[in-house]
Design a protein around this ligand. Sequence first.
Ligand code: ADP
Ligand code: TYD
Length: 218
Amino acid sequence: MKKVTVKKGKISRGNFIAFEGIDGSGKSTQIALLNNRLNKEGIYCYTTMEPTNSPIGSLIHQIMTGRVKTDNRVIAGLFVADRLDHLLNEVDGIVSKINEGTTVITDRYYFSSYAYHSVDMPMEWVIRANEQSSAILRPTITIFIDVKPDTAVERIAKNRFHQELFEKKSRLVKVRENYLKAFELLTKDEKYMIVDGNQSQEKIAEIVWDTVKGYFNL
Ligand code: ADP
Ligand code: TYD
């Protein structure tokens, strides 16, 4: 098991890999495939997601399902708090795991905030609101699975019961544009790759692996 590499008495930090994409882009699928591939190499990962299942995350879920109503700015703020808790909480915070040498793979991180909340407010505001998180932990790499909003909506419709698909699609068009805008804006600060998500799961996994294996000296 290659979880911890000891070099000159020092534990090297674990890699932190963030998957991003619009709803239905195939993030969970690719995370499972990458996790399996890394396991085969003897590298065991902690996989996680945002919104989290913490008390702050469950409040977010209640808002998203319409059980609790609030302003969009409040929602953006809750995601900021959920993310900081995801990083720092004493039970299973990501920062300690990375410092102990564990590889962490997350389904969504701050680029989700940049893309989703900038539909309703200025992206600069959202980026500033997340400055604590980016100062604490930037991903080794962010992998954006770029899928056509039409395709994503078709996939969602196949698997879940969804009304308002039209509204959903026009929102996802904006979210996708915001992702691309955020990557361009932060190109100097962030390491990221954009993968064409309209290909087969296997092909996408191969492209992801070709890049990711380099971070593990494989
Ligand atoms: P996300 O986690 O981004 O919402 P999922 O991984 O759950 O996306 O994928 C959404 C749906 O699309 C699932 O039913 C999954 O099996 C399917 N899917 C994922 N990747 C592909 C792909 N490359 N081609 C076709 N269907 C896919
Ligand atoms: P979820 O049901 O986990 O969907 P998915 O499988 O697509 O990831 O819901 C996550 C939703 O929350 C998704 O629509 C994106 C949104 N979101 C934000 O609006 N801001 C954020 O910061 C994050 C992390 C997610």
